[in-house]
Design a protein around this ligand. Structure first.
Ligand code: GLC
Length: 727
């Protein structure tokens, strides 16, 4: 059951795609209590209400709004948590699967260090489930649909209390109740629309690095993989492919005849995936800049002039992607690269990242002039230092940016969390127009719920830290709850220096994530697999990903088309099992298997909790494995550096193909089945051509059955030749 409440005058986010009538009665307060704020809330659907003065105005003329400043929150909600109460969700965030015990903020930020004290990363995913509110251990889901900052104090201030603070501005609250954790997620997913589906090749392995500069660098990467028999489907192009970091340009010296280069790569089954940044370089003669100025498509200052910020290209304007017309214009620019044969993109710096705001920089330079170098005292020195250290992403600067949204001017802080979403939407909508038949790969750094319909996300600038392997795992189910299925982390770690064992262990998790990309920062140790000694293990582990493709693609597509999660924590699958609910380092990856990667250095195994008897496949590659049946309970399980642990549930199957060098080469007509058959095991396999739009289960499902006597029956869309593994 879903109840919808409107508070004040919300700015439409388009997160929810289903018409749900708003409650016309007073806010029910039956599971969560409204403490304060919100003006005349909830607003009775269809009537005006809420105090919008100061942030929504008809024009941009100066003085039409009250000055920017701290305003009281729009609303504060609170509920008590039972001792065993847990909180799930909030998408992309640090810390555990159970979010209780920390304070989170939805405030899309460019965060280079994902350390434990952070409150916000790049996305704003305001959906959570409270499982065990006091006193009656109630379970309910909440979605706070708001483009502004929202704070979730999940027992940080008071361990027994959840407090949600929505900062100034209107918003919509959805309360979802009834059924299991999975039921609530399904219900939520049913109102936010189908998750983005990439082309099948995007499930292949991708190699990336900030620092590949020219066509020969890319050729070298491809050669490194092909010569060593390590599969590869894509090479990512970071900012250096551009001319002066200008979006939709390609540096002709470093990439002469780019379309021919794209074709050369395609012949080797390699897809090039260029980065697109949010900021448009200010430069006379650069058509994106000139068109944007001419048509008023950039974000403004309060006085109607273009806002100037600084990002990689230096001084930039931000396309006002919240305005449908500007969004369409910006999206159309992707055509330049589509026409060159590119089939995938990653959108970056779209929180939007702001290294500085020009106006503030001017003030600082003026202030610096007042310092006398020879008479500088320590106080002034510290002031000087602080000024220069705090140029980036200042809330005060964000409040000087204005958008045109549904014909009105809206101050940026009211819609901050919608910016990256709408940049990616610009691309997604453009691809639907420009490539109506063929899927295009698209993922973003910043996001909001709703963006999951247009693209995936990667988890941003993590580090080569062991703790970040676990963080990668723990983010998966929270993101899935919010509709983000096509996701993954920078494998091996983006910042800091990786090690060979970390790279292997991280890949042993990464082979299960839909986006499987090795990416690292300029200046860090190189981490393409061929930089390390044990090439055979890399070949086998990455090869195993390709063998698992029929399974992983099926599980992804079933989750996308059915509105389900692909990765589920044990608590969601065995709700009655109190021990399972404590397990935060194992996940169900699809319906048949549980994964439990090793994420500690020098560990030769790990503890695993099995809520039920399962069959453990210890895999050193697609056809090198041993297996044993383990009873329910706690186990210490050995896992050498080159071994992946796959736990198969009873009466389930996992189809494996032969590994191939690229996704299109995977032959799904001959399958080997991992199995744990007690009576009869069944698997519903999905397959399609991997590229056409209009994806549907109909005509694409194959049922594979295997009974305890070893008989296999296949029916449905495909008729693969199947055999059971001997172990
Ligand atoms: C940002 C991105 C990172 C990229 C870098 C340079 O930090 O998150 O992935 O490599 O910018 O473009």
């Amino acid at each position: 059951m879903i109840r919808k409440y409107i508070f004040g005058e919300p700015i439409e986010t388009d997160a929810v795609v289903v018409q749900i009538p708003a409650e016309t009665k007073k806010f029910a307060e039956d599971c969560i209590r409204l403490e304060e704020g919100g003006g005349p809330c909830p607003r009775v659907s269809g009537t005006a209400g809420g105090d919008t003065e100061g942030w929504v105005a008809e024009g941009v003329s100066a003085g039409s709004r009250t000055p920017a400043g701290q305003a009281p929150p729009a609303a504060v909600f609170t509920c008590r948590l039972s001792d065993a109460g847990r909180i799930y969700g909030l998408g992309e965030n640090i810390r555990g699967i159970n979010k209780r015990g920390w304070i989170y903020e939805s405030n899309c930020s460019d965060v280079p260090n994902h350390t434990e004290e952070k409150r916000s990363l790049y996305g704003a995913h305001n959906f959570l489930i409270v499982d065990g509110a006091a006193p009656a251990a109630r379970r309910f889901g909440l979605f706070i649909d708001a483009g502004q900052k929202v704070t979730f104090d999940c027992g940080y201030t008071d361990r027994r209390r959840l407090t949600i603070t929505v900062s100034e501005g209107g918003f919509t609250l959805y309360v979802l109740e009834g059924g299991s954790l999975q039921d609530i997620v399904r219900e939520f997913r049913s109102i936010i629309g189908r998750s983005y589906i990439p082309p099948k090749w995007a499930f292949g392995y991708g190699q990336s690095r900030w620092g590949y500069k020219c066509a020969d660098d890319v050729r070298g990467v491809v050669r490194g993989h092909r010569e060593n028999g390590v599969p590869l489907d894509s090479v990512y192009m970071d900012i250096d492919y551009m001319e002066g970091y200008k979006d939709f340009t390609v540096n002709e010296e470093r990439f002469p005849d780019f379309p021919a280069f794209v074709e050369e790569m395609r012949e080797q089954h390699i897809h090039l995936v260029p980065i697109i940044d949010a900021g448009v370089k200010i430069e006379e003669g650069y058509p994106v800049y000139e068109e944007g100025i001419e048509n008023g498509y950039f974000c403004k200052n309060e006085d109607g002039t273009e806002f100037v910020g600084g990002v990689w290209p230096g001084r930039v304007h931000f396309p006002d992607v919240l305005d449908p017309e500007a969004r369409k214009w910006f999206g159309n620019w992707y055509r330049v690269l589509l026409d060159a044969g590119v089939e995938g993109f990653w959108n970056d710096m779209n929180e939007p990242a702001l290294f500085y705001a020009e106006k503030h920089l001017e003030e600082i330079f003026e202030e610096i002039k007042t310092f006398d170098r020879e008479k500088l005292n320590i106080g002034q020195l510290l002031t000087l230092q602080a000024r220069l250290m705090n140029l980036a992403a200042r809330p005060e600067d964000y409040r000087t940016i204005w958008h045109r949204y549904h014909g009105k001017m809206v101050r940026h802080d009211r819609v901050h969390n919608l910016y990256g979403y709408n940049m990616t939407r610009a691309a997604g909508e453009a691809f639907a127009r420009l490539s109506p038949e063929k899927r295009i790969l698209l993922f973003s750094r910043s996001s909001y719920i709703g963006m999951h319909r247009y693209g995936g996300i990667w988890m941003g600038d993590n580090h080569s830290w062991w703790s970040h392997i676990l963080m990668n795992l723990q983010m998966l189910p929270s993101l899935n709850m919010c509709g983000f299925l096509y996701t993954g982390a920078d494998l091996g770690g983006f910042g800091s220096n990786t090690t060979e064992d970390m790279m292997l262990r991280w890949l042993e998790l990464g082979i299960f994530t839909p986006l499987m990309r090795n990416h690292s920062a300029i200046g860090t140790r190189r981490q393409e697999f061929y930089q390390f000694g044990d090439k055979e293990s890399f070949r086998n582990i990455i090869g195993l990903r390709y063998a698992l493709l029929p399974y992983l693609y099926s599980e992804f597509m079933k989750a996308a088309l059915g509105g389900d999660m692909m990765f589920m924590p044990p608590a969601f699958v065995w709700p009655e099992d109190e021990t399972a609910a404590q397990v935060e380092d194992q996940l169900m990856a699809g319906e048949s298997i549980m994964i439990a990667p090793v994420y500690r250095q020098n560990a030769e195994g790990r503890y695993v909790y099995l809520p039920e008897t399962m069959k453990l496949y210890r895999m050193r590659g697609a056809d090198d494995m041993d297996a044993e049946i383990l009873p329910a309970g706690h186990h210490y399980v050995k896992a050498a550096l080159n071994e992946v642990l796959i736990f198969v549930r009873a009466d389930r199957l996992v189809p494996l193909a032969e590994p191939a060098e690229y996704v299109d080469g995977v032959d799904a007509s001959k399958l080997t089945l991992l199995h744990y058959i007690r009576e009869e095991a069944v698997y519903e396999m999905y397959d399609d051509d991997g590229i056409s739009r209009g994806e549907t289960m109909e005509g694409h499902m194959t049922e594979i059955r295997a009974d305890k006597d070893g008989r296999i029956r296949v029916s449905g869309a495909a008729s693969p030749e199947c055999r059971l593994t001997d172990v």
